[in-house]
Design a protein around this ligand. Sequence first.
Ligand SMILES: C[S@@+](CC[C@H](N)C(=O)[O-])C[C@H]1O[C@@H](n2cnc3c(N)ncnc32)[C@H](O)[C@@H]1O
Length: 467
Amino acid sequence: MRSAASPSRFEELSLLIAGRLGLHFPAARLRTMENALGEAARIAGHGTTTAFLDALLRPSPPDELFDALVRELTVGETYFFREPAVFAAIREQFLPEWSRRWAHRMALPRFWSAGCCSGEEAFTLAIALERVGFPAPERAEILASDLNPHFLRLAREGIYRPWSFRGAPDWLRAGYFRAVDGERLEVRGDIRRAVRFQRLNLAGSGFPATDNGTAHVDLILCRNVLMYFTPERLARTAARLADCLNEGGWLVVGAAETGHIEVPGLAPARFGDLTVFVKGGARTRSKPPVAPSARVVDPAAIVAPAPMTLPSRTLPVPPLPENPPPSIDEVRRLASAGERVAALALCDRLLRGDRINTIAHFLRATILLEQGNSAEAEAALRRALYLEPDFVAALLILGQTARAAGRAAVADRHLRTTLRLVSALDPQAVLPETDGMTAGRMAETLALLVADRPVHSRRSAPVATAA
Ligand SMILES: C[S@@+](CC[C@H](N)C(=O)[O-])C[C@H]1O[C@@H](n2cnc3c(N)ncnc32)[C@H](O)[C@@H]1O
């Protein structure tokens, strides 16, 4: 694809985005940024990408232009009870210890979903807390923030499609949502009122601050947000988040982000495969790990009401192992030997040290699919595609997964995009991660799959008529 502006202008924009939004767009992701810019230009009513880029690069560009860009640049991947081990740890480790402190405190416990997207994470927190006797806003404060105003609008609306419930237990829909039409579900009124949504840029300096509720927080969920930041901004934001915490408070980041949190004053504490960061000195752990190695935890088992137990004794948390980072070949070897649990654990470790390793995200997805965890597998594939939008094998599997789940329209969209990509390649080119399949062969196969409507190749004549 030809760039609409010279690379140096894009480099300038990449720096501006990194400075203002924290988001990392190195040379390898230029195409993604360019596509986002084109779409944002259209939304903002600018004639061309170049005119839009010029307007953005002028001193003090209007906020509306940036908002249009933010909408296209931010990744809205989220769902209810994502990574259930986090909510298990909150229930079984955090709350028993903290409920004792709250008993002697005037202020309500304060929770913050930082980078909440369309609200699924914050509402999960509200539901998990309500089920163990901490309903907000009566007994807890829940703040949720995001940069993207469009996501915040969706969050405040609280109406969700089935895709937001992938992997969630049935009781969640039945107990906390009501149908608004044939497909969409609206979150219960008290749960919606439990969360206060606000706009906040995590790359900015607006926190901690008492007026927006980001000071004296007890637990922060900032998951799958910092992985999109430049390394410098990641470090700076993590340090600011630490400043927002009360002593002993928790910072919980995404699995791929834990390896990147190095903040003086934040100590890692491990609960099985889950690592959280605790403000203050040596950590204690009240119970055995909540999630045995690489086990997928059933959300239903986690948030069912259970009596609160106080820790009977404390154990020092072992330090994080300092093994050398694993290689992608080791992951492959274990996966092809059928050692899925070990392969997944190794892959996760690799990603903790190298969160933008596209192949590792892809391999992780294939292992998760073999384990039957298609929700996490799709999330991993999207991550791979976010990093490398032309990754044919990832797009293909995403399409196949959607097709297997009966989401025909989504499957069709992914498969058609895959077909467009491979049709633009040399037919003899071997596609990475496809066991040696060539672009030509893949195009033929895909043309058969999506043959009901014509698909146009970028380079050549329509190929969908091959059937
Ligand atoms: C992949 S979603 C994660 C949602 C949720 N935390 C989860 O793990 O399911 C990333 C979110 O981070 C938000 N985000 C990205 N950059 C941000 C920034 N500079 N400040 C605040 N939020 C930001 C995006 O708008 C998006 O909603």
